[in-house]
Design a protein around this ligand. Sequence first.
Ligand code: PLP
Length: 407
Amino acid sequence: MRIDHDDCGASRPDIVVIQDRTSPPVFRSPFSPAHPREQHAGGRLTIDLAALAANWRKLNEIAVHAQCAAAIKGDGYGIGLERVGDALWKAGCGTFFVALPDEGMRLREVLPGATIYVLNGLFRGAEADMREAKLIPVLGSPEEIEDWGRYARSLDRELPAALHIDTGMNRLGLTYEQAEAVSGLEMVEGIAPKLILSHLACADTPDHPLNARQLERFEQARDLFPEVPASLANSAGILNDPAYHFDLVRPGIALYGGAARTDTANPMAPVVTLEARVLQVRDVPAGDSVGYGAVESVGRPSRVAIVSVGYADGLLRAAGSRDGKPGAFGWIAGHKLSYVGRVSMDLIALDVTDVPERIMHRGAWVELMGSHVGVDDLARAAGTIGYEFLTDLSRRYARRYVGLDLA
Ligand SMILES: *Cc1c(COP(=O)(O)O)cnc(C)c1O
């Protein structure tokens, strides 16, 4: 098998030729050996790879005229970079975006034939490793372009790159003037551009005026590189309007079941279920407080389940009750369970007064995130976004991957 990324940027619309779709199955067990066994863990994650694949197919259909890639930075949004890459590859995805060279090298181990872009660009000193792992840097500054070009010339060959154009995010990317200068040099010698991309700052709010402004600026920048495929849309951009699709789309959060837009119902299937172990169920007299700081007292004689997860598991402390505001809720067998008091490092408390004892007892498992407690519901209770909850998913949880044939 030979992979040559110098050839992998065929012209629009098929952008990338996938050389090798015959890699052997990598994962033979639904349980992750990198994480504790369920009987030793306070929480367990069930990750539905079939739902992940279905979400990718749905986005691929929505962006019917574009190629659908996948953003799997942040350890595959907390779900497991290698597992996510393997599952999406099997679903038909051939192009991946990671943030870091290290993530790209890990992904390369399991996907020898994939096209892998590194969004955070070129790190000084990483050039040889990037090339060896056939990672394509997304170059976002003149210095990075200079370094990658110099490295390519030192090898006396062309190396592939994507160009990041800033259209209003003011984070990474070339200004229009810098892009113009680069295009005027017929690209910097030694660099073969495979993609130009930009990133939307407000796609989750479709009415925000910055969206239209970024679209217009991106179209102008694209005119500088008429031969190079273009990519603008993240998840929200895909769901907003086909005008954002261009040649390749880069969904992240929607693949993992999170809400991309704030204004409509979430059409994606949940991928992650987090359940936590009940350690004990105790009676709390009316008027007594629960947990650190005595910030919340129960108003009636109550039963409280003490559950073995906490902020050291990424269950953010902000998800507990604070300043008189209610916290998040858990779920078991049709019962919604309010958090009582603060989230501790390794424990939370849930009000289970109304749940029968045959359901709620030591050793029961309560859902803290999943199809009954959406990742975005949980995030909203903590004043944050689903992305943060997913990428904080703990290494202390047991993990089980289901939904793909693992044989
Ligand atoms: C993270 C990221 C994406 C994916 O964004 P989502 O909002 O998760 O869909 C796409 N493009 C870039 C440049 C990113 O950094």
